[in-house]
Design a protein around this ligand. Sequence first.
Ligand SMILES: [Zn+2]
Length: 106
Amino acid sequence: MCPVCASPLTDPNSFFCLMGGAMKQVNKNMKEMSGDLSGFLDMHFYGSSGKGKGPFRGKSSYKEIVKDSTNGQFDLVFCSPDCFRKFINAIIDEMEGELSGKNKKQ
Ligand SMILES: [Zn+2]
């Protein structure tokens, strides 16, 4: 089910998927899934410092999107590019709100 609009995400419906994780290096040419890997996906904003340029100088924001995924793997699946964009934009909007002082950090 799409986390944004709750549309079904089953074949033959189209969907947009963000996948991530880690594979264990077994040997020089081979990698495999492994139960001793814990996957994550984070979004981090780092504000400029020193002579650097950019918005929200000296501030930072961090969002955990996926935590401790089994075998180091995860899929985030959405019904459409529009819902995927809304999901990512919502995270960025929340971070931007914190950086600008409009949202309280939790
Ligand atoms: Zn959707």
